[in-house]
Design a protein around this ligand. Structure first.
Ligand SMILES: [Zn+2]
Ligand SMILES: [Zn+2]
Length: 272
């Protein structure tokens, strides 16, 4: 499995000279099976999703997109994903079931006039909007386990994704401080944990008020779960490159932990 980070920023895109090295695009992680040229599962549709079009070898995206929740920073790339909004596109979009609404109705809560020019049914190609419940399913040829996590404002899932070559868990927005005991079991032994690390210990009160985690809480959860690698993700929009460098320096001596940056690629299992 190849994991490509296309957007690593939390809350809102952050253009500007002090953010270019780690990147300002919001959440998007593309997963590709070994031996296949193109990703077939994309976690999240943040602004980083726009970058996927240039990566694809074909004219249109054919695969799945799984949303952890419906906050703006996880959705704003959707309508600007040129090879998704294409007559030949064929996309399964997974969204956490809630409010007794269908998948397309849930997307319409955040994507429709007058807030946005089109609704989800305005996207070109063949799109299926699936409101999913916690539990196992398949998407883009991956085995996917969806589970509830604590966050602020709307139902939020974490996903554990696997194929024959490896496994990855994705919890971009998570109040780790309030995690239930079973979460470490769900994440047990995962090859890569991509986790919310929006705040620093000095910002703990803000992290909890906004439903997020600190770097230390992410480290603690990764250790508890026995994760092979930890990717600190969903950086605060105020965190400059220099500040992220300092976080990276503070991790020396903690094997397998990295600060996410745009364009980072992780190979799992045998890789290619
Ligand atoms: Zn977010
Ligand atoms: Zn959120």
């Amino acid at each position: 499995m190849r994991v490509e980070l296309l957007g690593v920023r939390g809350s809102t895109p952050t253009p500007g000279a002090t953010y270019v090295r780690f990147g300002g695009e919001t959440s998007c992680v593309a997963l590709c099976h070994d031996g296949e040229p193109d990703p077939s599962l994309v976690l999240e549709a943040g602004t980083g999703l726009r970058q996927l079009s240039a990566r694809l070898t074909g004219p249109a995206y054919r695969g799945a997109i799984a949303l952890s929740h419906l906050h703006w920073d996880h959705l704003q790339g959707l309508a600007f994903f040129a090879k998704g909004d294409h007559p030949e596109a064929d996309v399964d979009l997974l969204v956490p079931a809630q409010l007794g609404r269908s998948g397309v109705d849930l997307l319409s809560l955040v994507m429709r006039p007058p807030g946005f020019p089109i609704g989800p049914d305005g996207l070109l190609g063949s799109w299926r909007f699936r409101a999913v419940e916690p539990g196992p399913c398949t998407a883009g040829g991956f085995e996917v386990l969806a589970f509830d996590v604590t966050h602020k404002g709307g139902r939020t899932f974490g996903y554990r994704v696997a194929d024959a070559s490896g496994s990855l868990a994705y919890l971009p927005d998570h109040t780790a401080h309030e995690r239930p005991p079973w979460l470490a079991e769900v994440l047990a032994g995962v090859d890569v944990l991509v986790h919310d690390a929006q705040f620093l210990p000095a910002e703990t009160a803000t992290a909890r008020a906004y439903g997020h985690s600190t770097v230390e809480e992410a480290l603690e959860l990764a250790q508890e779960a026995g994760a092979g690698r930890l990717v600190l993700f969903h950086h605060s929009p105020t965190r400059t490159d220099d500040q992220l460098d300092r976080i990276e320096e503070s991790l020396h001596g903690i094997p397998g932990t990295v600060v996410a940056r745009d364009g980072m690629v992780l190979e799992l299992g045998g890789g290619r």
